[in-house]
Design a protein around this ligand. Structure first.
Ligand code: NAG
Ligand code: NAG
Length: 353
């Protein structure tokens, strides 16, 4: 029932000058939600770079792509201001766990960095820390739960409608598993391409891709710990388009296959073998290549876009245009009912069946 793939040519004004370039993008309307017109995935807007466009231009780009969910690693006021009135839903973050675990500091942070942007910017979730449990900072691990509790209390105290309970946010990268063991990990299996699949002897389910196996591994581990009712969401997943010589698999072709195939499955509302009725919920990493990220070359090449707004590869999503934000679609006086979530982010880098 997939619609025919249309090829369109759009005119793409460059950020830096008025030079026009023609860009071929395929239109894959299945990637969008019929009711809202929005794509069903969110995007991580990382900013570890010195060459990114102004948030107002980014707002225009994301709206032209119909992306309406964005995750930040901080609560950058320039970004939150630029998206005022757009209806785009934000996850904001704070990685300073020591500060947040103090009730007064947590309240000051929410009052300074979240509350002033409401309700015109739709902030719906605050993440506390990033990949803390897989890190080496023992005191940060200890501060995680108190920080989540303090942020939740701050939201309550400030009259923001804080929801009890938190989803389990997971950063999952089949790329790391492939890069670590390219001789034993099947490339089609990690790229969502046709393969024989892997049967999990623990539940007798067969997996045709590693990401779903990673998600179900977390569900299984949480059920074993007595928490069968916590939803798992993917706060990051992606594939780099470039890497160092020894980073096997980091290519434009593989990145396009991984992200493109993932988006097709998300468009189908697919669940995992263990939770077939729970559509996989993903924030793709990342919006832009980030030139100042440390580490191997792959770290600087996860972007769907170059900083000038040109796509790194054809993703098969709707046409992009890179300009100032279109007119507000949401009146800032209409107060949407927002339920805040407080969550933390775990990293599951490698998982082999
Ligand atoms: C903690 O966060 C608050 C609010 O952002 C800030 O005013 C304060 O300076 C921070 N304290 C420390 C020790 O970083
Ligand atoms: C998986 O299937 C095998 C063979 O049919 C059976 O012996 C085993 O009990 C099953 N395991 C589970 C967890 O259902």
């Amino acid at each position: 029932m997939a619609p025919p793939e249309l090829r369109i040519i759009i005119i793409f004004p460059m950020a830096s000058c008025l030079q026009l370039c023609l860009l071929m993008l395929s239109l894959l309307s299945a990637a969008t939600d019929a009711a809202t017109g929005a794509v069903r995935f969110g995007i991580n807007y990382g900013q570890i770079a010195n060459n990114l466009p102004h948030p107002t231009q980014v707002s225009g780009l994301l709206q032209s792509l119909n992306v309406n969910r964005v995750k930040l690693y901080d609560a950058d006021p320039a970004v939150l201001t630029a998206f005022a009135g757009t209806g785009v839903e934000f996850i904001v973050g704070n990685e300073d766990l020591h500060n947040l675990s103090d009730a007064r500091s947590a309240r000051a942070w929410v009052a300074q960095h979240v509350q002033p942007f409401l309700p015109s910017t739709r902030i719906t979730c605050v993440t506390v820390g990033n990949e803390v449990l897989s890190g080496t900072d023992a005191s940060a691990k200890q501060a995680l739960l108190p920080a989540m509790q303090a942020v939740h209390q701050a939201l309550v105290d400030l009259g923001l409608d804080a929801q009890v309970g938190s989803p389990f946010l997971l950063n999952a990268y089949p790329f790391f598993a492939y890069k670590a063991s390219p001789a034993t990990v099947s490339l089609p299996y990690v790229l969502f391409e046709p393969n024989h699949g892997v049967r999990d002897p623990g539940n007798n389910l067969t997996y045709d891709n590693m990401l779903y196996a990673q998600i179900d591994a977390v569900y299984a581990a949480m059920a074993a710990a007595g928490h069968a009712d916590i939803p798992v969401r993917i706060s990051e997943t992606g594939w780099p388009s470039k890497g160092d010589d020894e980073e096997v698999g980091a290519t434009v072709q593989n990145a396009a296959a991984y992200n493109g195939n993932l988006m097709k499955r998300i468009a189908m509302g697919q669940g995992t073998p263990l939770k077939p009725d729970v559509p996989v919920d993903v924030f793709v990493f990342a919006l832009f290549n980030e030139d100042m990220k440390p580490g191997p070359a792959s770290e600087r090449n996860y972007g769907l876009f170059y900083p000038n707004g040109t796509p790194v590869y054809n993703l098969g999503i709707d046409g992009a245009s890179f300009g100032p934000s279109p007119a507000s679609t949401v009146s800032s006086s209409s107060k949407p009912t927002i339920k805040f979530l407080v969550a933390f982010v775990a990293l599951l880098a490698t998982f082999l069946l």
